[in-house]
Design a protein. Sequence first.
Length: 262
Amino acid sequence: MYRFLLSRQWVILTLIALVLIPVMVELGFWQLHRHEHRVAQNQRVTEALAAAPVPAEKITSPGHEVPKADLYRRVSAKGTYDTKHEVVVRRRTNSDDEVGFHVLTPFVLGDGKVLLVNRGWIPADGPQTAFPKIPAAPRGEVTITGRLKADETSAASGIKNVRGLPDRQIMLISSGQQADSLGKQVLGGYVEQTSPESPDNSPELIAEPDHSGIGPHMAYAVQWWLFASGVPVGWVILVRRERRDRAAAAQATADEAVPATA
């Protein structure tokens, strides 16, 4: 009755089904782990943004690589802006997806060390080969607060670190590169400034990272598990249909043979 399952076609189909089931189950768990990672990351960011700011030098130092646990930690620093060595970061967008620059200004601390401060976004209002007009930073000693970020890399950001750019323009924020350029000790990572705000919102402060959305990973996990459960169901349906079709064909053959033997 089910001897057709030993045919080459059905053996291959059954093997494919047996392979698909564990693969789909594993893909579901992969999406589940991505969901759990996103939830944990959101929790870390939420706690970091809610915490009181601490002095930047308590968290980072020259040559220090900012770990994930310290990303978006609120930090503060007292010093002066070094606008003579200000650079802009190319091809950055604001909250409205307009392309422009981020303004990266060295912030000289009381002990002479430098903290890189991303003061925010400005539009690209001229040729990219020209250094844009940048709103002036506050003069004299000021206290800033912001979110601590790790040095940018091409691997993490997907941004190619193009060489031969116009003077004072960069693609990626790197405390190591800026230390070489300035000839000073630069604290690892950089800070996205949140205070003080510019009176005319220029540069435009960078918005908080999204720490509420969880993405579609859980839905994808459920989908993969449903697909996995659907494979054996589909296999059984195909087997029954094949058996029914074969039985019907055999009966039709028998019916045609009766008059011939009468």
